[in-house]
Design a protein around this ligand. Structure first.
Ligand SMILES: [Zn+2]
Length: 317
């Protein structure tokens, strides 16, 4: 019996346990890279090593197939390594029209929430075999995912907690974007993850001052759209990730990386700010000091003490 079988039989939460190095169901080198994140396209690669081979799972597929292939290659992987695509929801910035109509390679499993099945058919995604999930997904015996449905427009959005059984114990990633608002269920699900990727969409003042129509402002800020910078900050305080935070989906019109950087500087965690126009580099999941590959010009705000006179924030130029 493996450790994981024992956990299943005991009914214990998977994340509350330690995997043994000799357990056959373990993975290593877990890392994530946001290829791009904004209202013009969202796609994140999650990569790990399992049974001697590299596995990649895409979280959302909101970039064109050509851009996805090129940027995957740019960060040292490729579509052949992608085994599955997990879709948070089916808005165009999360599911690019270029993938519909049967254009997803056959070796990739597409997974989406059961609530999104009819929309998938409307969008032409049903030409590719789809696996619907509800509240749990097993990507492999060593990679388990819990999902929480959050409010976002009509059909909602799925947020994920990934638990990886690795040689040093279970390491975890929380991934939540396009949230109308933060709920107790979300906080409970993502609580204490090693790395938290969460959206920080807009600055309320820039939103109010923008020339966007009133209905759009209401849609974004009304509890079924996106999180503001401060709502994101408050969510991180409640979720209390153990390591690194990756901020997603900054509005290009109604947000500024410098504002976000300033808000989080001095917090107990370090931050990577995802961009719309280039990948973040790989962020290690489950190590105390996430290494982000320097050649990709990472945007990192060190989590230093506010009183530290050396405190500096690296923000995009
Ligand atoms: Zn979006």
């Amino acid at each position: 019996m493996t450790t994981l079988d024992a956990i299943r039989l005991a009914g214990l939460p998977w994340s509350a346990t330690t995997a043994r190095a000799d357990d056959p169901a373990i993975v290593s080198d877990v890392s994530m890279c946001v290829l791009a994140s904004s209202s013009s396209g969202n796609c994140t690669a999650l990569r790990w090593r399992e049974n001697g081979s590299v596995r990649v799972c895409l979280l959302d597929a909101g970039l064109s197939p050509r851009k996805t292939r090129n940027w995957l290659r740019g960060v040292g992987t490729n579509l052949a390594q992608v085994r599955s695509i997990l879709l948070t929801h089916l808005d165009r910035d999360h599911c690019h029209v270029g993938w519909t109509g049967g254009r997803i390679p056959g070796h990739i499993t597409v997974r989406l929430h059961g609530r999104h099945l009819s929309r998938a058919e409307e969008e032409g995604l049903h030409h590719h075999p789809i696996v619907a999930f509800n509240d749990r997904i097993e990507l492999s015996p060593a990679v388990r995912v819990r999902t929480v449905m959050m409010s976002h427009d009509r059909l909602g959005v799925a947020a994920f907690r990934f638990d990886f059984s690795s040689p040093g114990g279970v390491v975890s990633l929380g991934f939540a974007t396009d949230l109308g608002h933060v709920t107790d269920d979300l906080v409970e699900c993502l609580s204490g993850v090693n790395v938290l990727a969460i959206e920080s969409n807009y600055c309320p003042m820039l939103q109010a001052a923008s020339d966007r129509p009133a209905f759009l402002k209401r849609r974004i800020t009304g509890g079924r759209g996106h999180l503001s910078n401060h709502e994101c900050f408050a969510a991180i305080e409640r979720i209390a990730p153990r390591g690194h935070v990756v901020l997603l989906h900054l509005s290009r019109q109604c947000n500024r990386p410098e504002l976000v950087s300033e808000l989080h500087a001095g917090s107990g965690y370090s931050v990577t700010i995802a961009r719309h126009d280039r990948p973040t580099g790989w962020v290690n999941v489950g190590t105390a000091d996430p290494v982000v590959s320097a050649d990709l010009h990472p945007v990192v705000v060190p989590g230093l003490d506010r009183s530290d006179p050396q405190r500096k924030s690296m923000v995009p130029r």
